[in-house]
Design a protein around this ligand. Structure first.
Ligand code: BES
Ligand code: ZN
Ligand code: ZN
Length: 473
């Protein structure tokens, strides 16, 4: 269901009402007593303590202002998440936000809807509670901003659904099909290459990773091109689409490793979700998405440690570990991107356990050759979306660790330290345009829910990319 957010001239009879910082607009709760007011303005110390106050049969929530130094948008997003829980507890499914600024009201609506998300298509007994309506008093925001928020939230939920879908169902072919189908709603097109076309393009990275699989790889090209785009040359987004990563012959262990590896197309999901959002919000930008997709399986024909493979641009890569497969499929996509003469290319990938070791579940690792202005816009989008990115260097020293004795390069660093940078350095060699690489291995998939983020697929990257694209100059 699309996010049910709408502008309202006044709350409907069945709506709970959300106030911000105790601001009670005229016409609301005129008969409020001083004890009602005291109850209403009580500040929760923890979000789970947020409770409603009933005055003359109407349910009110009041959201206090953030503490000094806290990120305001994130504060109101978390407030929305707490409201969603509280509404569920009292079984009220609609609410209208009547005070505050546009930024605050939109963030609360965002938090409510992101918290309402669930993935239960494979359950007989579904959760019976669902938010039906989130109103924003019409003088607080504009139709355009509300539409843009709905587009973004639908993009995030689309990405979450893709990540949560198990790999026995979401094969590379199915991933491509779902992205294409969703394009009809949002307004983008998708061209899907199968194995024959991938072979003719000589995408040796994608083909090698696919060798152990019984299923076909796909390479999808997503395009959103509005009639008058601001950018002459496209912005290219590349997403790692490993629908399942067993590690291949360098097999992964199961607990907390292989068992979560349906998440390894989290980059592809983020790219698809972001282009969905950009198209649905009609952003004036020409955007192309590239999704190389396959599973990574051991098997009689599987590529093996010690192999030398030839990438799309002719680079020979010595394989040291078949679990370092993401960089191989991404590298071919980055080579393909050269043909598109991009103004900027950004890739997103659940690429290394090492980025997770560095940043945990709280942030993604950024590396790249784009200029500082681009990088700081991305970091700003990270702050506004709270999908934070932390930059790591691409110094030549790390490149030296990738030298192979018998080929141009190897797919693993000669030391196990700084693995996230080795991966970034590997990718850099396949680019000749301004580029940013975002390793989302930590935040793409959570072991337990946190605030408005669910357990499992978070859709990380959609909010970040959308905010970046919305402000793109
Ligand atoms: N898909 C994994 C990375 C990953 C780890 C994603 C945890 C999400 C959560 C990737 O393909 C991988 O296996 N990377 C290896 C690389 C190593 C062999 C150089 C890793 O990080 O251990
Ligand atoms: Zn792997
Ligand atoms: Zn992987």
């Amino acid at each position: 269901m699309p996010a049910p957010i709408k502008l309202k001239s006044k709350p409907s009879g069945e709506d709970a009402i959300c106030l911000i910082a105790g601001k009670i607009p005229t016409g609301i709760a005129t008969d409020i007593t001083s004890s009602d007011k005291k109850a209403l303005l009580a500040k929760p110390t923890e979000w789970q303590d947020l409770i409603s106050t009933t005055i003359s049969g109407i349910t009110y929530f009041n959201i206090p202002e953030p503490k000094k130094g806290a990120n305001s948008t994130e504060h109101y997003r978390l407030a929305g998440s707490a409201i969603c829980d509280a509404l569920k507890a009292i079984n009220i499914a609609s609410i209208t936000i009547v005070s505050g600024t546009q930024e605050q009201a939109l963030a609360i609506a965002e938090g409510i809807w992101l918290k309402n998300y669930r993935f239960e298509k494979y359950k007989k007994e579904k959760n019976s509670f669902e938010i039906k309506s989130i109103g924003i008093q019409s003088d607080l925001s504009s139709k355009k901003e509300v539409q843009s928020l709905i587009a973004k939230l639908d993009g995030i939920c689309f990405a979450r659904d893709l990540v949560n879908e198990p790999a026995n169902i979401l094969t590379a072919t199915e991933l491509a099909k779902r992205i294409k189908d969703e394009g009809k709603k949002a307004g983008y097109t998708v061209d899907i290459f199968g194995k024959t076309k991938i072979k003719s393009l000589k995408m040796g990275g994608l083909l090698s990773v696919n060798q152990g699989s019984t299923k076909e790889p796909t390479f999808s090209i997503i395009e959103y091109k509005p009639s008058k785009p601001k950018n002459k040359r496209p912005i290219v987004l590349v997403g790692k689409g490993i629908v399942y990563d067993t590690g291949g012959l360098s097999l992964k262990p199961t607990p907390n490793s292989m068992d979560i590896m349906k998440c390894d197309m989290g980059g592809a999901a983020a790219v698809a979700g972001a282009i969905y959002a950009a198209a649905a919000a009609e952003l004036p930008l020409h955007i192309i998405g590239l999704i190389p997709a396959t599973d990574n399986q051991p098997g009689p024909d599987a590529y093996a440690p010690g192999d030398v493979i030839t990438m799309m641009d002719g680079t020979k890569v010595e394989i040291m570990n078949t679990d370092a497969e993401g960089r191989l499929v991404l590298a071919d996509a980055l080579v393909y991107a050269k043909k598109l003469k991009p103004q900027l290319t950004i890739d997103l990938a659940t690429l290394t356990g090492s980025s997770m070791a560095a940043l945990g579940y709280y942030a993604a690792a950024l590396m790249g050759t784009a200029d500082d202005k681009m990088k700081s816009s991305l970091k700003n989008a990270g702050t506004s979306s709270w999908e934070r990115v932390v930059e790591f260097p691409l110094w030549d020293d790390y490149g030296n660790d990738l030298k192979s004795d018998i080929a141009d390069i190897k797919n693993l660093g000669s030391t196990p330290l700084a693995g996230l940078i080795h991966a970034g350095k590997f990718l850099e060699g396949f680019t000749d345009y301004p580029w940013m690489h975002i390793d989302i291995a930590g935040p793409a998939y959570l072991p337990s829910s946190r605030g408005y983020l669910p357990k499992g697929g978070t859709g990380f990257g959609v909010n970040l990319l959308f905010n970046f694209l919305k402000d793109y100059k």
